[in-house]
Design a protein around this ligand. Structure first.
Ligand SMILES: NC(=O)C1=CN([C@@H]2O[C@H](COP(=O)(O)OP(=O)(O)OC[C@H]3O[C@@H](n4cnc5c(N)ncnc54)[C@H](OP(=O)(O)O)[C@@H]3O)[C@@H](O)[C@H]2O)C=CC1
Ligand SMILES: O=C1O[C@H](COP(=O)(O)O)[C@@H](O)[C@H](O)[C@H]1O
Length: 491
């Protein structure tokens, strides 16, 4: 087997005592190590205000790895690469000490001066950190320096622009890696392969043969421990502005002329530019918001969103959103793209369904209005794979058609928000491949689109709660499709 590239680097994690570092980043770095994608030439510096030591950080790293993956006997060697530095990102004195530590570790681990600054902290610190890294010349080294930024990237277009300007005054666009963990998922990465490597799909991938596209990302969990963040965000900012619009772009983009970062990004950007702007006075015609009420999931009673935390008792934040998008370009004119996502729904699942236009006349069905259009389903999670719904005669008797499915299931379940996605993305960042990270233009265009919806909603109090926990959202989300003659496919 071909040996993978083994990039060298010092990885600095801002917010190393936090939830993301523990649940996702440490296990992902370990998996890179297990898989031989990093070996001896790396060190990780964890930063946060807590008075931890190297030992305490290492204990936490071990714990997080044991919870997330099955460790090998190499775990001790692996954690010996971790160092902790108590650090307040707002204090200048911290950066000088960090500079010394990085220099020492670069010598000890022979990392060629390559540096990753991973900002796993609240976004209000991003600009400050980038500027201080620049002021103390931490981004200057004999190798490369890259900045990895977590979501949310701003709260709306205006704040995203402000944040971007701050970051860009310290780092160039090609040094900035804006993480969208959906872009690290196996089946999201597969969208372009399924499309562009298969003539049977690509030739039909347009408004002549596709009647509509549906993207559903449903969650069973509620707001959990993140009420403060989530209530300020809501489902549209949390899921649509980033993950869902990224999937839309991958599904609808033209074939890139080459598989390079710039070419792929440029095609995705064109899709986002072609999103039909919404009329702010008629948002309810194409967007539906919801907030979960109490209900039952898997036989267990669960509270309403407003009962989850005392700060939420009067919340007007949407925990569900469904929308109809139109793309004004030659290939997609007239094809509705329906999206929906929400918390406390029936199941944890992310799925894309492509509904092909039906045959012109009914020869093989029982009733005149019987129809079973062909559906291609791209299953992102928890099952990964594709299914193609066709019609066939199942037995030799009779002459009627019945639905059948061709299925391809990857024998690996992606789990929920898995370390695998972070593992892929971290590795891409280390080898300098920014394809699966979002370019500023994508971020800006996505905000521009969702801002219209959010501005309109902010002016009117919603009639919440309006869907039961354990359901697939409010009835208006079904009506959105019904008025176009479609329905959600629960395939
Ligand atoms: N958790 C998740 O699943 C996801 C998180 N994200 C994003 O990742 C980022 C981090 O989230 P998460 O880990 O959940 O947040 P947490 O609140 O769990 O962690 C925040 C971290 O920041 C540190 N911190 C806070 N203030 C300072 C300061 N002044 N100086 C230095 N360190 C500081 C905290 O440590 P200390 O108190 O010791 O200083 C802690 O390590 C956010 O942008 C979030 O939106 C994105 C997707 C998923
Ligand atoms: O970014 C986010 O994604 C998760 C859902 O991710 P998944 O990989 O489990 O589908 C969501 O729960 C969270 O609210 C959001 O911030």
């Amino acid at each position: 087997m071909e040996q993978p590239l083994q990039p060298k680097a010092v990885i600095v994690i801002f917010g190393a005592t936090g939830d993301l570092a523990k649940r996702k980043l440490f296990p992902s770095i370990y998996r890179l190590y297990q898989h031989g994608k990093i070996s001896k030439n790396f060190a990780v510096i964890g930063l946060a205000r807590r008075e931890w030591t190297d030992e305490v950080l290492r204990e936490n790293v071990v714990e997080s790895i044991e919870e997330a993956v099955s460790p090998d006997e190499n775990l001790d060697e692996f954690v010996s690469h971790f160092y902790y530095h108590p650090f307040d990102v707002t204090e200048d004195s911290s950066y000088q000490g960090l500079k010394h530590l990085i220099k020492n570790l670069e010598g000890e681990y022979d990392t060629d001066g390559n540096r990753i600054f991973y900002l796993a902290m609240a976004p209000n610190f991003f600009g400050t950190i980038a500027n201080k890294l620049k002021a103390y010349e931490l981004e200057k080294s004999d190798g490369w320096s890259r900045l990895v930024i977590e979501k949310p990237f701003g709260h709306n277009l205006e704040s995203a622009k402000g944040l971007n300007n701050q970051i860009r005054s310290a780092f160039k666009e090609d040094q900035i890696y804006r993480i969208d963990h959906y872009l690290g998922k196996q089946m999201v990465q597969n969208i372009e392969v399924i499309r562009f490597a298969n003539g049977i799909f690509e030739h039909l991938w347009n408004n002549r043969f596709i009647s509509n596209i549906q993207i559903t990302s449903s969650e069973v969990l509620g707001v959990e421990e993140r009420a403060r963040y989530y209530d300020h965000s809501g489902a549209t900012r949390d899921m649509v502005q980033n993950h869902i619009l990224q999937m839309v772009a991958l599904l609808l983009m033209e074939p890139p002329i080459k598989l390079t970062t710039d070419e792929i990004r440029s095609e995705k950007i064109k899709v986002l530019r072609a999103l039909r702007p919404l009329d702010k006075n008629e948002i309810s015609k194409s967007f539906v918001r919801g907030q979960y009420d109490a209900g039952e999931i898997n036989g267990e009673a669960v509270p309403s969103y407003r009962e989850e935390d005392e700060e939420l008792t009067e919340s007007n934040t949407e925990t569900f959103v469904a929308g109809k998008l139109l793309i004004d370009n030659y290939r997609w004119a007239g094809v509705p793209i329906y999206i929906r996502t929400g918390k406390r729904m029936t199941e944890k699942s992310t799925k894309i369904v492509i509904e092909f236009k039906d045959i012109p006349m009914n020869l093989y069905y029982k009733k005149d209005n019987d129809r079973n259009p062909n559906l291609l389903s791209i299953n992102i999670q928890p099952n990964e794979g594709i299914t193609l719904g066709l019609n066939a005669r199942k037995s030799s008797e009779g002459s009627l058609a019945e639905p059948i499915q061709l299925a391809y299931n990857l024998n690996e379940s992606s789990g929920i928000n898995t370390p695998e996605a972070y593992e892929r993305l971290l590795y891409d960042c280390m080898i300098g491949d920014a394809t699966n990270f979002t370019h500023w233009d994508e971020v800006a265009l996505s905000w521009k689109f969702v801002d219209t919806v959010l501005d309109a909603w902010s002016k009117e109090k919603a009639d919440f709660p309006n869907y039961k926990s354990g359901s697939m959202g409010p009835k208006e989300a079904d009506e959105l499709l019904a008025k176009d003659g479609f329905h959600w496919w629960e395939v």
